[in-house]
Write a protein that binds this ligand. Structure first.
Ligand code: PGA
Length: 251
């Protein structure tokens, strides 16, 4: 059966001393985390190695992005092989901020996914529509096309190793959360879309996380939706107490 997962996306936040402080607080609260919930922390790649020494091994560390290329003259980039060689086990791929501000297309995202899987890194693959797309009634077609272009070239065995995060762009960092009904509707749609391409047992084994203004107050009801298997949390993951409450809400 699929796992409950809560991942904290720190984005471009925290100095190194602040990052160590937050990680130490999480390490101290780790005994309050339900064992059935997989907890993932996604700090700046610069901090991953240092934080490994602070966080317990039960908390996985994830990068926020990786290059689609294997190696070479790509100034400023980090390859999936480099991440793997530093013991990184997860990587966010296709976050809307990457799509929006850094021109990452579905094609690039597909290549990044391949790079992760080739290096045994679990991709946290993000999809989601803008407000304009939802208002125009195009949210299902947007999300299905993102999923189709990035994931449908994978084998059944490979896609089982991918975590999908549905993150409506209009809910990210805005304080506006999708309603439980909107989240469940889209998650159920994604699962059936994957089932149609692969099969039901593949679809049932994939964790589909919700992301977009998840906080300590709304996490429990979002995670109670049958097709919501946890969350990808931005702002609220920067406070140890709130993140702990969100992790507990996923059990
Ligand atoms: P948010 O970010 O929780 O701050 O809305 C979520 C995300 O971008 O993953």
């Amino acid at each position: 059966m699929r796992r409950k997962i809560v991942a904290g996306n720190w984005k471009m936040n925290k100095s190194w001393p602040e990052a160590q402080e937050l990680a130490s607080a999480l390490a101290n609260q780790g005994n309050q985390f339900p064992t059935e919930v997989q907890v993932i922390v996604c700090p700046s790649s610069l901090y991953i190695h240092g934080l490994r020494g602070i966080l317990p091994s039960s908390i996985a560390l994830s990068a926020q992005n990786c290059s689609q290329h294997d190696l070479g003259a790509y100034t400023g980039e980090i390859s999936a092989a480099m991440l793997a060689s530093m013991g990184v086990t997860h990587c966010i791929i296709g976050h809307s901020e990457r799509r929006q501000y850094y021109g990452e297309t579905n094609e690039i995202i597909r290549e990044q996914l391949d790079a992760c899987l080739k290096n045994n890194i679990t991709p946290l693959f993000c999809c989601g529509e803008t407000l304009a797309e939802r208002d125009a009634g195009n949210h299902f077609s947007t999300v299905s096309s993102q999923i189709q272009q990035a994931l449908f070239q994978l084998s059944a065995e490979q896609i089982i190793g991918v975590v999908i995060a549905y993150e409506p762009v209009w809910a990210i960092g805005t304080g506006v959360t999708a309603s439980n009904a909107q989240a469940e509707e889209m998650h159920a749609f994604i699962r059936s879309f994957v089932a149609n391409q692969f099969n039901q047992s593949v679809a049932d084994s994939i964790s589909i996380l919700y992301g977009g203004s998840v906080n300590a107050a709304n996490a429990a009801e979002l995670f109670a939706c049958p097709n919501v298997d946890g969350g990808l949390v931005g702002g609220a993951s920067l406070k140890a107490a709130d993140f702990t409450t969100i992790i507990q809400a996923a059990q």
